[in-house]
Design a protein around this ligand. Structure first.
Ligand SMILES: [Zn+2]
Length: 301
């Protein structure tokens, strides 16, 4: 196990590098962008995008990512305001999103995650991860700061644990991690996604009232300005097309284990990682459809 870990880390870093190398040079210089009044997106590399909201009473941060990212974001926030950081929200449990919380705890902020994510983070604390100061349970919780409201929506199983979709109803801006990755195929073998529940969740996101969506991963040209409902609809369409394509091949009599090699979805050929990840995406559909949905867990009582 101890020998495997560094190797796995190298591969994950390689995957990140492959994606990074495709980001254009001009986008790499982007750091902080004001996308609506007092609402900013932030990135260090174009691959992980956070959001922060400046209010009269202090600052709210959405997605700490890791310590290096969080420190750079704090420095950017300090160029805009000297108001205290009050809340730092984690979208879900995964190490690559919910690390770096200590940077904001040190600023006196309260770090917050859904109870499901919290429990996992306690049991599986990553090296750069800090247990959130606060957790919340159920399907919905609202926070208010300096007249700005942020709604936390837990839509049930979809990706990871405690996945929270954030909505700022006054400005109609949402922040979405991992559930939508515009202009890019789902990550490799689509890890830790319950595919059908993911589709149900995307449908529910489409019912929400927002005009602008900030995605933690976004390979569109306007990534720092955020996207829209159209991106959510396209993501849902991709997953539906992926499964429909799989079943169409099965119906034709194609050996299921050859489907990942033969199935193409040319409609998405311009999406980043189409050549590299489509086959892995199809393997995931194959295993899901043979085994039944996973991961799965009972609804908390
Ligand atoms: Zn994740």
């Amino acid at each position: 196990m101890t020998r495997l870990k560094p190797t796995l880390m190298r591969y994950l870093m390689l995957a990140t590098l492959v994606v990074s190398s495709l980001a254009s040079a001009q986008e790499k210089n982007l750091k902080t962008t004001e996308i609506a009044d007092n609402i900013y997106t932030f990135t260090t590399d174009g691959e992980y995008i956070s959001m922060f909201v400046v209010t009269k009473a202090g600052v709210m941060v959405l997605e700490t990512i890791n310590s290096s990212h969080a420190k750079s974001m704090l420095a950017e926030i300090r160029k805009i305001t000297d108001k205290p950081i009050i809340y730092a929200f984690h979208s879900h449990n995964h190490w690559d999103h919910a690390s770096g919380g200590q940077v904001f705890l040190d600023e006196g902020a309260t770090t917050i995650a859904h109870a499901e994510a919290y429990a996992w983070m306690v049991a599986n604390t990553g090296r750069d991860m800090t247990i959130p100061a606060q957790s919340w349970a159920g399907k919905r919780k609202d926070y208010q700061l300096g007249g700005t409201k942020v709604e936390l929506h837990y839509l049930g199983m979809n990706h990871g644990l405690g996945m929270t979709v954030f909505l700022l109803p006054q400005s109609k801006v949402t922040y979405i991690a991992d559930l939508v990755t515009p202009n890019r195929l789902p990550f490799t073998i689509v890890p830790d996604f319950n595919i059908r529940e993911w589709e149900r969740s995307l449908d529910e996101v489409l019912q929400m009232d927002f005009d602008k969506a900030v995605f933690s991963h976004n390979e569109s040209k306007n990534r720092m300005a955020g996207g829209s409902k159209e991106d959510v609809a396209l993501q849902l369409q991709f997953v539906q097309d992926l499964r429909a394509g799989f079943y169409a091949e099965l119906k034709k009599g194609t050996n299921p284990f050859l489907i990942p090699k033969v199935l193409k979805l040319p409609k998405y050929k311009d999406w980043l990682m189409y050549d590299e990840w489509l086959e892995m995406n199809i393997w995931r559909i194959l295993s899901d459809e043979f085994l039944g949905p996973y991961p799965w867990r009972p609804e908390p009582s």
